[in-house]
Write a protein that binds this ligand. Structure first.
Ligand code: HEM
Length: 416
């Protein structure tokens, strides 16, 4: 039986944090292998790369998620013991809840709310000298996501809540103050959401039946019980926070419109849906999720490699988008590559792969794509603006990353 190549380094935890996005793919190239082994936090971790490995990783027969997500990520990004850590029937039941929020009608409702917010904010931008797009888009998304989810939000709360949703995301790869900020944001956010769940259950708050707040508050687990208040709060936040996180992709999309401006004309051609190709390329080209993790359910063998029960397995997400075996000239921003892409659950996995219901693929992928398309159209045609000199570079050693300036715009005017 062949041995999985081992990184001779005793432990790579610090290297992962220091090197960031490129860590796994660099090792994969160095070892010239789509499978290799490292040690993380003192434990053995098998690292996988490429579509075939992704197909294995997303087969729930072989992997579980319980124990796969470090506590530091759960206490900032997604909440402790949330859907991301669940397996089998429990996961399926929770995932059905999330997918029930993703119907075309529900997504359309979100898009309608967002369209109004883009207009409202553009009107504000006309009055101010300089706009930091990332911060503004977080607010736009926060307002629309809360309204969509049936979560009451006062005008004066918006800047703080939007920033705190952002801090939860920003905290997952950070150490020290960044991690602490993420944790504090989560503590405050969960308290807020617990209040909402309690108010709904007490009949003091009556969101409509199609909202996340209603569905989560009244969701029943496979044993027939309601979620406890804390878990319901976490899952309600899991429906809102990731929508605010789309601000990162929208900021990268603004960079792409600026740096690859010839595509702006292509986006105006109404005879094709070029925005679809454009946002797919934004999700491929720019970094967001570095990798995902799982635990081997039971001993098995794959391509003669042995996977012992209980071993941590990491799937490279960032590197999957940069490998020339699957992407021609991966370092070139070229939306047309998606013209011939056959929708495939394993070769393009910026938000995870496999099946939505039986696996852990991102519940919000359709929403993400639609929200990004709307944003791209708005930035391209809904307003005009100047892009002053600024630092648009993003640091691949920082997870998650963002253009340093947050994308500054001046002299904003609505076109309509
Ligand atoms: C799971 C990325 C937006 C809800 C995930 C996963 C990733 C991801 C990588 C984990 C896949 C895995 O564990 O294998 C992203 C990115 C987004 C985004 C980059 C864009 C900003 C959204 C949105 C929603 C959402 C808009 C909901 C409104 C979820 C949920 C899960 C998840 C509920 C857990 C799924 C499960 O464990 O079965 N996302 N996501 N995400 N995402 Fe997203």
């Amino acid at each position: 039986m062949p041995q999985i190549i081992r990184d001779p380094k005793f432990d790579s935890t610090l290297d992962v944090l220091r090197q960031g996005y490129t860590f796994l793919y660099d090792r994969s190239r160095k070892f010239d292998s789509d499978i290799f082994q490292i040690r993380l936090m003192g434990m053995k971790a098998i690292c996988l790369h490429g579509p075939e490995a992704a197909e294995l990783f997303y087969d729930p027969e072989y992997f579980i998620r319980k124990g796969a997500i470090p506590r530091r990520v759960q206490t900032t990004l997604m909440g402790v013991d949330a859907i991301q850590t669940r397996d089998n029937g429990e996961h399926r039941c929770r995932k059905e809840l999330f997918m029930s929020l993703m119907t075309p009608e529900s997504r359309q409702r979100l898009m309608g709310l967002l369209a109004k917010e883009w207009q409202r904010y553009a009107q504000k931008w006309e009055q101010i000298e300089q706009v930091v797009l990332f911060n503004e888009v977080q607010e736009i998304l926060c307002r629309a996501a809360c309204a969509w989810a049936g979560v009451p939000l006062q005008d004066e709360e918006v800047p703080t809540r939007a920033r705190e949703f952002g801090n939860m995301v920003d905290g997952f790869g950070g150490v020290g103050p960044r991690h602490w900020r993420g944790k504090q944001a989560r503590i405050r956010g969960e308290k807020w959401m617990r209040g909402i769940i309690r108010a709904i259950r007490a009949g003091e708050l009556q969101p409509t039946v199609d909202t996340a707040a209603y569905k989560v508050a009244w969701h029943r687990e496979p044993d027939g019980k309601l979620l406890d208040v804390q878990m319901a709060a976490i899952e309600l936040m899991n429906a809102v926070r990731p929508i605010v996180a789309i601000a990162t992709y929208i900021t990268f999309a603004a960079v792409a419109l600026h740096e690859y401006s010839p595509y702006r004309q292509r986006l105006r051609n109404s005879s094709e849906d070029y925005a679809e190709l454009f946002v797919q390329e934004v999700r491929r080209y720019f970094p967001f999720t570095p990798f995902v993790g799982a635990i081997v359910r039971d001993d098995f063998t794959w391509h003669d490699f042995h996977f012992p029960k209980g071993t941590m397995v990491l799937l490279d997400v960032y590197g999957a988008n940069r490998d020339e075996r699957w992407w021609q000239d991966p370092e070139v921003f070229w939306p047309d590559r998606f013209r011939h892409w056959q929708d495939n659950a394993y070769d393009f996995i910026p938000q995870g792969g496999g099946d939505f219901l039986t696996g852990h693929r991102c519940a919000g992928e359709w929403i993400t794509i639609e929200v990004m398309k709307q944003a791209v159209h708005f930035l391209n045609d809904g307003i005009t603006y100047d892009v002053p000199a600024q630092d648009l570079r993003y640091d691949l050693t920082r997870m998650p990353t963002l253009p340093a300036s947050g994308f500054l715009m001046t002299r904003v005017h609505r076109t309509g």
